[in-house]
Design a protein around this ligand. Structure first.
Ligand SMILES: [Cu+2]
Length: 336
């Protein structure tokens, strides 16, 4: 019985919507956001309350959207209220936040025949779940009357059956969100990976991103692993038109506040004298030695022969002179 009346209401709303565009809802222009990333919320207001001009719009920021700031809007004054979050959230690379903007109100005048957008920015907390939905209830005040876009569907209820639904944002996990990070002191290592080694090749390469969050420089000196005799830091350099590599005996500088990525075709870790071939899908542990931060345990994921990096897909195994497997000859000639 209840289901039937809801269905009837939905049909009525749809029918009305089709006849008069004035029934269109206040919505978010971008209805999907990535967990742990910034989000630019654009509230789309297609009409007033009936034909009456909008004079004030208030949005309630949902729990889980943090570090919120409204974007100034010419002709409109903005008020914000701040308050404590239900919990504290890690934000990007900064300290956790436990309070912030809870509501934003814009005051001005938007003629009922006009359309406008109201913008604020923030970040979606990294701790929220894939597939979750955030609701952004909006109160629209007009010269005559008001409209509350605040209805939220109950569990199992069709959101389309609501007469004045709150704008919704669907959350999706970032690709590679499960990516491991290894940290100690001011150094954070991410995207540690290696390529499978063909046949009897005794050397492999390690690639990674190293971030120095501190105020003083550090150096990656080398490392060790049970999978091979040793790990060296190598740089690539052009010599007589040929790409060659050499060991950086003094290590690789990791400047303060910077991220350094070791990738294919550039500086890399050389994994010398492998005990057995590296196989795609496996991983190996290593301990990297930093001048300041000391030893950091890192796990390298072994990707395919032609891989360019985690989440980058694969290319043909032979990518020319830059391909590391092609460097083996040069490497054997190196003084070690
Ligand atoms: Cu090398």
């Amino acid at each position: 019985m209840r289901k039937n009346s809801q269905a009837a209401l939905a049909v009525a709303v749809l029918a009305l919507g089709a006849i008069t565009p004035a029934m269109a809802h206040v919505t978010l222009q971008t209805t999907q956001a990535t967990i742990g990333a910034s989000y630019r919320a654009v509230l789309v207001v297609p009409h007033g309350c009936g034909n009456s001009a909008t004079t004030r719009l208030t949005v309630t920021v949902p729990e889980g959207m943090v570090a919120v700031k409204p974007v100034p809007k010419p002709g409109w004054s903005i008020e914000i209220t701040k308050g404590a979050y239900q919990q504290s959230y890690p934000v990007m690379h900064g300290d956790p936040v436990s309070e912030g903007v809870k509501t934003i109100s814009w005051s001005g005048r938007l003629d009922g025949d006009y359309y406008d957008e109201f913008v604020f920015v923030g970040a979606i907390a990294a701790t929220l779940s894939d597939g979750a939905t955030l609701a952004f209830p909006v109160n629209q005040q007009c010269e005559a009357g008001k409209a509350d876009w605040t209805e939220i569907a109950a569990a199992g209820q069709d959101p389309h059956s609501l007469k004045s639904p709150a704008p919704l944002l669907r959350l999706v996990a970032a690709a590679g969100r499960q990516e491991a990070s290894f940290a100690k002191g001011d150094i954070v290592v991410t995207k540690a990976w290696s390529r499978a080694t063909p046949g009897a090749t005794k050397i492999g390469a390690g690639y990674l991103t190293i971030e120095n969050k501190g105020a003083s420089p550090d150096r990656l000196l080398g490392g060790s692993t049970d999978a091979a005799a040793k790990i060296e830091v190598h740089e690539m350099a052009m010599a007589n038109g040929v790409m060659t590599m050499r060991a950086l005996d003094a290590g690789l500088a990791i400047p303060p506040g910077k991220s350094v990525t070791l990738g294919t075709g550039g500086d890399h870790l050389m994994i010398v004298d492998l005990k057995k071939p590296l196989k795609q899908g496996e991983s190996f542990k290593a301990t990297l030695q930093f001048e300041k931060a000391g030893p950091i345990d890192v796990t390298f994921d072994v990707l395919g022969l032609g891989a360019k990096g985690p989440g980058e897909g694969a290319s043909a195994p032979a990518d020319g002179m830059m391909d590391h497997s092609k460097m083996n000859m040069d490497h054997s000639k190196m003084k070690m």
